[in-house]
Design a protein around this ligand. Structure first.
Ligand SMILES: Cc1cc2nc3c(=O)[nH]c(=O)nc-3n(C[C@H](O)[C@H](O)[C@H](O)COP(=O)(O)O)c2cc1C
Length: 478
């Protein structure tokens, strides 16, 4: 029987499926089941099946009945993307989620509490010292009386306050007082996003357990500005929120923590130039999505790529190999680590503080030094070594031979070897041919076993790899 997952459908089809499912008040998977059932058993078979969780009709009263609906508190920060938060309210509501809005003072320069309140069908909260809601410590109620807090747009300033634990307005007081999961959708100018202060704050928040979606790369509202910093689209944020609101993970990797690295690293030559490689990150992102589908708690540490965050995955974005190692170490302990990133072997020792100028005296000498070896460092750890460490070997020649020596040298448990020579089209492409090298069993005469898989899409490779991991790991001990 053909095997197809919703994730593999094209975006337009997925969007109309989601809409159809939302209208019927079903999950996308249930909607697909309905369509298949209708096709095989006729329309009568499905007309008798009621929707499990019908979307509420537009409210007629001003006091919505929210009992039973998942609840989101949406904190709107003071950035230009605040207008997108209004669309986010609608995207959440069409998924059957009750939304309550909070706006910072700066947010009110961009959109009005009246609009947010009208869309949410409940007044928008703005003031910490509001006599109407604070007679019973309303900020504590707002912090707890929710299943998830979304911060969108999360400005650089708001994230700095969160990272510092400030609580001098309603939004930050709620964020400090909550014990609910928090999903942050940053939005800012690319230079603000790349600023070391912002990077520190993002890393701190990720360590504090905050989940991130985006930012994406693209055009900015400011003329002639583009780069990483655009807020994720409202639909992407709504899908991520939906994944976080799902009941506790089920699936073969439920209860397992997985760390995955993906993409290239950028090694600076000076503030505007860098050394990179052609990795697209697609394989690592597909593995992260598949692991999340299998119920794992997934942290994806990604180099600079042009891909959207997979739903239900905690994504930490880094630039250089050294940043990546620091974030990998901060994410431990985990049960499984999969190192799919194409980490630069070398960096420039004498990277310029300022842009290196072209001079008549010839080309600047670039001295290279070795980068830390993330796979070997984690594989050889005495403390907190993941139970299963998987490396990737991207080779352009002598694939199995080089991958075998890498498996032995690095001390990892498995190697996923793939041919990345230009003729293979793997780098940046959608398909992959991989060989899984595992340490042979002592009783067998071989010390390394090679399992060669046929050419597959990167999603299929991801699903097969996750299935093999689940089979190897078995059930977690409670
Ligand atoms: C027109 C305009 C657009 C702005 N856009 C952003 C933005 O997209 N992201 C950001 O971090 N700050 C942006 N700022 C700066 C924030 O508004 C400022 O840092 C503010 O204090 C953030 O408040 P908050 O902490 O309530 O979000 C913008 C400022 C102006 C005047």
């Amino acid at each position: 029987m053909a095997s197809l997952t919703v994730r593999k459908l094209d975006e337009a089809l997925k969007a109309s499926l989601r809409l159809r499912a939302a209208r019927a008040g079903r999950s996308v998977e249930d909607e697909v089941r309905m369509i298949l059932r209708e096709a095989t058993e006729g329309p009568e078979a499905v007309s008798a099946s009621p929707a499990r969780n019908a979307i509420p009709q537009p409210h007629r009263s001003r006091a919505p009945e929210v009992k039973g609906l998942p609840r989101v508190t949406l904190i709107i920060g003071g950035g230009i993307a605040a207008y997108k938060a209004l669309d986010l309210i609608r995207r959440l509501k069409e998924r059957g989620i009750h939304v309550r809005c909070v706006m910072t003072r700066a947010a009110q320069q961009f959109v009005t509490p009246l609009t947010a309140g009208a869309l949410a069908d409940e007044r928008c909260y703005t003031d910490l010292f509001d006599a109407q809601s604070e007679f019973d410590a309303g900020h504590i109620r707002l912090a707890r009386d929710t299943d998830l807090i979304i911060v969108a747009p999360a400005t650089a300033d708001l994230m700095a306050k969160m990272a510092q634990g400030q609580a001098d307005d309603l939004a930050t007081a709620i964020l400090l007082a909550t014990n609910r999961p928090v999903l942050v959708a940053p939005a800012m100018n690319p230079l603000m996003w790349a600023n070391p202060a912002t990077k520190r704050n993002v890393a701190q928040l990720a360590r504090d357990g905050v989940s991130f979606i985006g930012p994406n790369s693209g055009e900015m509202a400011e003329a002639n500005e583009a780069g990483v910093g655009r807020m994720s689209e409202p639909t992407e944020i709504a899908i991520a929120a939906e994944a976080m609101l799902r009941p506790p993970h089920t699936g073969p990797l439920a209860g397992r923590r997985i760390l995955i690295t993906a993409g290239p690293t950028h090694e600076p030559i000076d503030p505007v130039r860098y050394i990179a490689n052609r990795s697209s990150g697609k394989q690592g992102y597909a593995i992260a999505a598949s692991a999340a589908d299998a119920g794992a708690d997934v942290t994806l540490i990604s180099g600079p790529v042009d891909l959207d965050d997979p739903a239900g995955v905690r994504v930490i974005r880094v630039e250089s190999a050294r940043d990546m190692l620091a974030q990998v170490e901060a994410a431990l302990p985990v049960d499984i680590a999969i190192f799919a990133a194409a980490v630069a072997d070398w960096r420039v020792a004498n990277a310029g503080e300022q842009k290196i100028k072209k001079t008549s005296s010839g080309m600047p000498p670039l001295q290279l030094v070795e980068n830390p070896d993330i796979l070997a460092t984690i594989s050889k750890r005495q403390q907190n070594r993941p139970q299963l460490v998987i490396g990737f070997a991207a080779e352009t020649q002598n694939l199995i031979q080089n991958a075998t020596s890498k498996l032995k040298r690095k001390g990892c448990d498995w190697i996923v070897a793939n041919d990345v020579s230009p003729a293979s089209g793997v780098m940046g492409g959608d398909r992959n041919t991989v060989h899984i090298l595992t340490r042979g069993k002592a009783e067998a005469a071989v010390d390394v076993a090679v399992d060669s898989w046929p050419v597959m899409t990167k999603e299929e490779v991801a699903d097969a790899l996750i299935a093999k991991i689940a089979e190897t790991m078995g059930q977690p001990t409670p």
